[in-house]
Design a protein around this ligand. Structure first.
Ligand SMILES: NC(=O)c1ccc[n+]([C@@H]2O[C@H](COP(=O)([O-])OP(=O)(O)OC[C@H]3O[C@@H](n4cnc5c(N)ncnc54)[C@H](O)[C@@H]3O)[C@@H](O)[C@H]2O)c1
Length: 331
């Protein structure tokens, strides 16, 4: 497939796959603010409304009118399109964020997750090593740890994933390792922990709970709201990814989580307080795909990247709520 392109050509760019998505577009903004040129590759998947992704691109163009990103509409499953892109453009670094996220959605869709997250990653890794890029960041997930003993450290062996999503990401991590060993590609595996914030993913709890509160809908409380997650604010995640991109490390796995957990019950209670709306709750057993606790030990990322996440959950949810009031409720 011939990728569709917009924007002007610049040399030595960073390729962000999934660059129209939540994290990819904010990482692009960070790089553009540092005057580092970017190429954004995305297939504008309809897993959630592609209009949000088009809006992310439009925001970048209005934020950086003098240096707009090159946008390539293509699919990471399309090896020919990737190959053409790497031949046509000088790509120095890759942040590979394109992927199908969402644990529960993956349960009935194992082939799709294997094709996009595993094979798609292999396709991008192959181009990167053939074109000798300096550094490759692979977005992986905290859910690879499954029900391992928290807080998670990178030296725990995550070989008991609970759903196709983490299994497909773990497989990509392993293929990245072989690419490093055989071809010397610098790879940093970024295990992301529940990233949230303004203009976040509409399928994730930080925006879904706000929708449910406003629509007066019942909120499912798995295991009575006892599941614990390590919520990480978008600006903190982007800062870590930005630092990782500038710093080839050989092959390293880094936990990029805030480093503390809150139960879902506590999470909902913060939103009740911020919005002044009392939640209607339904208690349900947690599905077997959901780990009890996802909790990062971020010591290694602090040591290797000098990264220190700053935004606690209450502050981050306040910012998310402020954005939601302006962007969603005022529509
Ligand atoms: N948000 C989180 O909490 C979180 C946690 C762990 C891992 N991650 C990973 O980080 C990455 C970015 O996540 P996000 O929250 O920004 O999600 P997102 O869905 O907003 O972004 C992913 C982007 O990838 C694109 N994409 C999907 N399939 C593609 C394909 N076949 N070819 C090209 N592009 C494709 C989508 O259109 C989307 O714009 C994903 O790989 C995700 O698995 C995210």
């Amino acid at each position: 497939m011939e990728g569709q392109r917009e924007g002007r050509a610049l040399a030595g760019r960073t390729l962000i796959t999934g660059g129209a998505g939540f994290i990819g577009s904010r990482l692009a903004a960070r790089l553009l603010a540092e005057r580092q040129p970017v190429i954004l590759l995305d297939n504008f998947s309809d897993y959630y409304d592609p209009a949000r992704k088009r809006a992310n691109i439009a925001d970048l163009r209005s934020e950086f009118p003098d240096r707009p990103p090159l946008v390539v509409e293509a699919d990471v499953r399309d090896r020919a399109a990737l190959s053409q892109l790497f031949v046509a453009e000088e790509i120095r670094r890759v942040a590979h964020l394109a992927g199908m996220a969402a644990v529960r959605y993956s349960v009935e869709r194992a082939p799709l997750y294997a094709e996009v997250n595993t094979l798609g990653s292999v396709n991008v890794l192959e181009c990167a090593r053939q074109h000798e890029v300096e550094n490759f960041i692979l977005a992986s997930t905290s859910s690879v740890y499954g029900n391992a003993a928290p807080p998670f450290r990178e030296d725990q062996i995550p070989d008991r994933p609970l759903a196709p999503y983490p299994a497909s990401k773990r497989a990509a991590e392993l293929m990245a390792h072989t690419t490093h060993v055989l071809f010397g590609l610098n790879v940093t595996i970024a295990r992301l922990f529940n990233v949230y914030g303004p203009a976040g993913r509409p399928d994730m709890m930080p925006l879904k709970v706000l929708d449910w509160l406003h629509e007066g809908r019942v909120i499912p409380m798995y295991d009575g709201g006892a599941l614990r997650r390590d919520w990480t604010y978008i600006d903190d995640t982007v800062e870590a990814l930005f630092r990782a991109l500038q710093q080839p490390l050989g092959y390293e796995i880094l936990n990029l989580g805030f480093g503390a957990t809150r139960s879902f019950a506590e999470f909902v209670a913060i939103y009740e307080e911020l919005t002044g709306i009392v939640a209607r709750k339904e208690h349900l057993p947690a599905p077997p795909s959901e780990p009890d606790t996802l909790w990062s030990d971020p010591t290694k990322a602090r040591r290797l990247l000098g990264w220190q996440p700053k935004t606690d959950l209450r502050t981050g949810l306040q910012a998310t709520w402020d954005w939601y009031r302006g962007a969603v409720l005022s529509r």
